[in-house]
Design a protein around this ligand. Sequence first.
Ligand code: LLP
Length: 412
Amino acid sequence: MHHFEFKNNKLFAENVNISELAKEYGTPLYVYSAATFRRHFEAFDSAFNGLNHLTCYSVKANSNLSVLKLLAEMGAGMDIVSGGELYRALKAGVPANRIVYSGVGKKAYEIAEALKADILMFNVESVAELHRINEVATSMNKTARVSFRINPDVDPQTHPYISTGMKKNKFGLDMDTALTAYKTAKELSNIEPIGMDCHIGSQLTSIDPFLEALSKLLAFKEKLSSMNIEIEHLDLGGGLGITYDDEQPPHPKEFGEALTKALEGQKLKVILEPGRVIAGNAGILVTEVIYTKSTPTKNFLIVDAGMNDLIRPSLYQSFHNISEVVKNERPKVEVDVVGPICESGDFIARDRELPEVKQGELLAVYSAGAYGFTMSSNYNSRLRAAEVIVDGDDIIVARRRETYEDLLNLES
Ligand code: LLP
């Protein structure tokens, strides 16, 4: 459920008319709904009330500072994957003891920054990384709390680019390697192993792969116990899918109930790292039709949002629902909605039925709140879009539109 709705044929974000927002702030424009963010976070977090748990929102999905602040105020922890995300999370006021740090390529300076902040734990993805963390921690006279990211070899049945828990993926440690890694960790002077972690993929629409991974992890925990290694944290990553088109992912409540049941009797602090399920449907991308153009075989709507603004359709052939911003009664036409970028792969939608739309009219691209702005770039020297948050009647400019000066700011 989200708060983008038509009232008298005009699209609103909460109490704010999207056409007016576009007039004021220009397009392409990311519009987020604060009420939707709050609702999604609450729905997800409360689904785990039966467990000792911490919901660490995955910053990569939407890392705007105002979004992070809003979630931090609701008690969210954060899952980070870089020094930049650590910087954002701390600036947003997230207590360091609610931050977990994942990712296969943490550099020494990033490790040092996280140790300095005293984050809850590192999710370690290789033995080489474990040694690097120990070195950095030793040099700082600190102890690093770690979990190992286990690769349980489970097929999450999602797009190959966002599957992460299969043998062929670069992520985590296979169980045998992980077992030796825990032994090594025990012996290292400045490492304290406190948990286990796994994240098997993103946009999962069934609970089964999560349960399969969890049961493998719990069996692994028994092995650790038999070696006198006791851990108290279990990080189950993110990955719960959302509806873009006609997918029917489990409701967070159902997801929470299934995991809670599977964890019955375990004395573990459970960490969840949801990203998309919190942010995805809390944002839309508003774009203007610059030109319409018909060739002998196609009708094109050339819009002012390109693959540099929203890369998901180009990169993963993802479906994003599209509608007019002001409903019209015109007949439907099959169109390709394409951006201004000089690549044929620059499209928002292909072969899509939409009521005829005219030059200068606005379109809303839905489910753009996660992996939308965060994956945007300046390709073709395009200025990155503005981001606004609507909160009831209020409008917060969460990020202003870039200028030509911004474009050259770091160049000599
Ligand atoms: N934890 C870890 C370690 C992750 O790598 C990810 C996502 C998450 C949590 C959050 O997963 P979520 O709940 O959002 O599924 N750009 C792609 C998605 C990449 C996901 C990367 N990792 C897309 O647009 O679909």
